[in-house]
Ligand binder design. Structure first.
Ligand SMILES: [Zn+2]
Length: 293
């Protein structure tokens, strides 16, 4: 994947190295915090291992009291990984401004992206890098600990520039869902849901739509810059497969329980990414208007 043509976005808040502020105060994580995190993880079905969007059920997290958080530096970082993220974010801004206008007649509101290390606060609650990257609709920010990219390579066997770009594009896809009003409607429906399985099924549709939107973005980017290869696409598909709920559950517990899926199976994630990548249309990503996904 070539990124030299991509515009660098300034909508980045760099909190790396600024030190996390843990709820409960103090410099370290107290037992209370660990218990709360553990319970949160359990309640939200967060895989304790690193996984993409593990905290993405974040939309269901109650906003908690805002802790003081040292403001990070704003603007594009100068280090390699920071530059990479700023360029991918810039390309999502350019593509979505154009595509949403053309296809949906909507204005795109650019989200901020927060880079952090270890832990940070968000309007959706305390964020820990072990949760993986996520999008918080309450403050319209994407949260990303770039050490996740290293973990992807090591633990998920899904490294590579385009795979990393896919992760960012997937989170931005949630923002697009928010701009389109999908997220608020889903949250409402989840509150009315009669069972956890039903609420989970809605989450799966949200996630697969974000995968599809990442595909739409990739197609548009490639039309603008001719910068990805078939090998790159395979890389992103490998990542999508590696983070399917069935694969993660089988690795964690030896079997998969489809009712507990919140992100979709490996096959579904790959298929919806390709649906976006081939079709290139936002409407084609509507996972809510079909019986079977
Ligand atoms: Zn997601």
């Amino acid at each position: 994947m070539r990124i030299d043509d991509l515009r660098t976005s300034d909508n980045i808040e760099d909190r790396r190295g600024s030190g996390p502020s843990f709820p409960g105060g103090g410099g370290g994580m107290g037992l209370g915090t660990l218990v709360v995190l553990g319970l949160l993880g359990w309640a939200l079905g967060i895989d304790p291992r690193i996984l993409i969007g593990g905290a993405e059920m974040v939309s269901q997290m109650r906003p908690q009291q805002q802790q003081s958080q040292p403001a990070g530096r704003t603007g594009a970082p100068t280090d390699d990984i920071g530059q990479f993220v700023a360029k991918i974010l810039g390309e999502t801004e350019d593509v979505w401004s154009k595509v949403l206008k053309q296809e949906m007649g909507r204005d795109y509101v650019r989200p901020k992206l927060v880079l952090f290390s270890g832990a940070t606060n968000s309007a959706c609650g305390f964020a820990q890098s072990a949760m993986g990257p996520f999008y918080c609709p309450n403050d319209q920010r994407v949260y990303l600990d770039t050490s996740f990219f290293r973990d992807m390579q090591r633990k998920l066997g899904g490294g590579g520039d385009f795979a990393y770009a896919y992760v960012i594009a997937h989170e931005v896809g949630h923002h697009v869902e928010n701009v389109l009003g999908v997220l608020p409607r889903v949250q409402q429906a989840q509150r009315r849901a009669s069972s956890q399985a039903e609420a989970n099924a809605l989450s799966v549709r949200v996630e697969l739509m974000a995968d599809c939107l990442a595909g739409v973005w990739a197609k548009a980017m490639n039309e603008r810059h001719h910068n990805i290869t078939e090998q790159d696409v395979k890389q992103a598909l490998n990542t999508a497969a590696a983070i399917g709920d069935d694969r993660l559950q089988k690795e964690a517990q030896g079997y998969a329980v489809p009712d507990s899926f919140t992100h979709g199976s490996s096959e579904q994630r790959m298929r919806w990414f390709m649906t976006g990548m081939k079709g290139g249309s936002v409407r084609g990503c509507n996972t809510f208007n079909q019986q079977r996904i």
